[in-house]
Design a protein around this ligand. Structure first.
Ligand code: RB5
Length: 143
């Protein structure tokens, strides 16, 4: 699976940790920045990752900022993106099954790093249910 990942300065440390975790598990991951802890603007990174996902070049995206909220607001502005901010594994599982979310957002200042890795793991491994009622609702969002 090809994954696009990005963060601002507020999510930089978790991005590095998640990147390493995924590469060790043979995922193909492209890092869209930021590349240091220096302050930067999360909408720039969110847009780059979101565009990479809607283009089809990457199947999924992961975005991290301090809260995960700014990243999710920005990513969801890109047509075709269904970005889900998750702070627990139940939601990570449900948003894949029900919403077919294609970007996962995480808040470095909101959750612990081991929980973040568990959420990533569950989110990447859970398939969309394909249920017609869920697809109908996703189609409504697209319209
Ligand atoms: C940066 O300080 C912080 O505002 C950002 O990482 C994020 O939490 C925004 O939603």
């Amino acid at each position: 699976m090809r994954i696009a990942i990005g963060s601002d300065h507020g999510g930089y440390e978790y991005k590095q940790e998640i990147l390493k975790y995924l590469e060790e598990r043979d995922y193909e991951v492209k890092d869209f920045g930021t590349y240091s802890k220096e302050s930067c603007d999360y909408p720039v990174i969110a847009k780059a990752v979101a565009k990479a996902v809607v283009s089809g070049e990457y199947e999924r995206g992961i975005l991290i900022c301090g809260t995960g909220i700014g990243m999710s607001i920005a990513a969801n502005k890109v047509r075709g993106i269904r970005a889900a901010l998750c702070s627990d594994t139940f939601s990570a599982h449900a948003t894949r099954e029900h919403n077919n979310s294609n970007i996962l957002c995480l808040g470095q200042r909101a959750i612990g790093d081991k929980l973040a890795l568990d959420i990533v793991d569950v989110w990447l491994k859970t398939e969309f249910s394909g249920d017609s009622r869920h697809q109908r609702r996703i189609d409504m969002i697209e319209e």
